[in-house]
Design a protein around this ligand. Structure first.
Ligand code: ADP
Ligand code: MN
Ligand code: MN
Ligand code: MN
Length: 342
């Protein structure tokens, strides 16, 4: 038997954006624990905006497990929050609302800024001082473009994710200085979203030792200056989309996305009106459109989709960097479910 460090991770009750919380439970196992072996645990919900002080117990139900190679016998345990009866999902539990669909695949492109001393990493200090304008940062190389800490962070984060068993699929430096992206892909309606939350957790925890914070806000520099915002483009497909598809189904699907556009925007992350302006490769927030290879559309239809007979995946470009991938996945699948597959 060995003592394992189980890091239970959950989303708190802050609005409109939940924070990640975690705490450690030590338990003995003969080998790396399986999900079924992990106990339900609890926490003080009155300290996380999830309960009143007089009845403050909230319950942690493990839903996914990953390795934590930064610790000896380390385990990352993603949890859903339940009421004290262990049956009722807590109102903050957005994962509980995702329709079960093992055939649903999601690929999330998580953009974010690294911040230090209240400004993006690499921005000069002082009021009104900016680095040279956007243009050469995206996928850039060299100290002038990416500085000397960021690449170390994103590379270490990549290794941490892979060691954990997270399907991190790629990295790129983004359009703004100090802005980066990673991509996470997963099969199953909840899988990729779980991985995004744990990947966010690992990035934030990693950055502690660099005195760097991750700024997930979708427009941290505001709209008065010409600096990009951060999105979380959400690529999605179902078994029907991949195997049957067809132009007629695609058009019915897009009509449903148009019909529910407000419901989608409602869960695509706060302050999205600052980002979805029609500029900087976005469609404006009150419009829905789709376009083949169109990066200014709400939904971008990849060339491959059309070339293979309207089969494959679509990219919803509206979700922002601070969006909850659980809510995003739930809404996309709810809308898809309104469209008959015949
Ligand atoms: P871009 O920056 O050109 O929009 P990325 O390469 O950053 O594209 O992201 C594309 C995402 O699409 C990846 O996360 C990938 O895993 C995902 N993806 C690819 N095929 C599918 C599919 N069939 N269903 C869902 N997501 C997919
Ligand atoms: Mn991308
Ligand atoms: Mn990007
Ligand atoms: Mn994209």
């Amino acid at each position: 038997m060995a003592k394992y460090k189980l890091e239970y991770i959950w989303l708190d009750g802050y609005m409109p954006v939940a924070n990640l919380r975690s705490k450690t439970l030590i338990k003995e196992f003969s080998s790396f624990p399986k999900l079924e072996e992990l106990p339900i645990w609890g926490f003080d919900g009155s300290s996380t905006r999830q309960a009143e002080g007089k009845s403050s117990d909230c319950r942690l139900h493990p839903v996914a497990v990953y390795a934590d190679t930064t610790r000896k016998n380390g385990v990352l345990v993603m949890c859903e929050v339940y009421m004290p009866d262990d049956k009722t999902p807590h109102p903050s539990n957005s994962r509980a609302n995702i329709p079960d669909d093992p055939g649903a695949w999601f690929g999330f492109e998580q953009e974010y800024f690294l911040y230090q001393n209240g400004r993006p990493l690499g921005f000069p200090g002082g009021e009104g001082n900016f680095p040279y304008p956007q243009g050469e940062y995206y996928t850039g190389v060299g100290y002038k473009a990416v500085g000397n800490i960021a690449r170390q962070i994103v590379e270490e984060h990549l290794d941490l994710c892979h060691d954990a068993g997270i399907n991190h699929e790629g990295i790129n430096a983004e359009v703004a200085k100090g802005q980066w992206e990673f991509q996470i892909f997963g099969k199953g309606s909840k899988n990729a979203a779980d991985q995004v939350w744990v990947a966010r957790y690992l990035l934030m925890r990693l950055c502690e030792k660099y005195s760097v914070d991750v700024n997930w806000h979708c427009k941290p520099l505001g709209t008065d200056v010409d600096w990009n915002g951060s999105g979380m483009h959400s690529n999605f497909s179902t078994t029907h989309m991949r195997e049957v598809g067809g132009k007629e189904y695609f058009e019915a699907l897009m009509a449903a996305f148009d019909k529910y556009k407000n419901e989608h925007i409602a869960v695509y992350g706060p302050d999205n009106h600052l980002r979805l302006t029609g500029l900087h490769e976005t469609q404006s927030i009150d419009k829905f459109n789709y376009g083949i290879a169109n990066r200014g559309a709400s939904i971008r239809v990849p060339h491959s989709f059309v070339n293979s007979g309207y089969k494959g995946y679509l990219e919803d470009r509206r979700p922002n960097s601070q969006g909850d991938p659980y809510k995003i996945a739930a809404r996309i699948l709810q809308t898809i479910q309104t469209v008959p597959t015949k």
